[in-house]
Design a protein around this ligand. Structure first.
Ligand SMILES: [Zn+2]
Length: 136
């Protein structure tokens, strides 16, 4: 009896007509096996992460200090301008010092140490971002 009342009161229950599914598409590659996965050609940024395999970056040799290079953007020989920025390692060291010392007295130390920061190199001529050196 409840079902009849519901039919009177409300809309019919939602019913999706089962459209006949078309036949599954044939295999894209037919008899030929799919080609091997093409190497990804996505542009790789020079940001060095904390991954252990971070040595496959560009051929630009940059260090924690201003480095003389040829700018890949303007092709001029420049000495990079370095901006030091705190990275995750800085935060980890800061947290570690905070735990070891029992207070936050040492928390700021890593933020004052260049060796604990990433060095972002910029071209002083065209101001292009060249790369990041992360201390290891
Ligand atoms: Zn440049």
């Amino acid at each position: 009896m409840d079902a009849t009342m519901e039919n009177k009161m409300g809309l019919p229950p939602p019913y999706e007509p089962s459209a006949p599914n078309p036949a599954p598409p044939p295999s894209y590659f037919g008899d030929n096996p799919p080609p091997p996965a093409a190497p990804t050609t996505q542009p790789r940024t020079v940001v060095v992460t904390s991954a252990p395999t971070s040595s496959d970056t560009s051929d630009i040799k940059i260090g924690p200090r201003p480095t003389g290079i040829t700018c890949p953007n303007c092709n001029r020989s420049v000495v990079t301008r370095v901006h030091y920025a705190a990275n995750n390692r800085t935060h980890i060291i800061s947290a570690g010092l905070c735990i070891l010392t029992g207070c936050c007295c040492g928390c700021f130390v890593p933020y004052c140490m260049r060796s604990c920061k990433s060095a972002n190199h910029f071209c002083p001529k065209c101001r292009a971002f060249i790369g990041t050196y992360a201390p290891s």
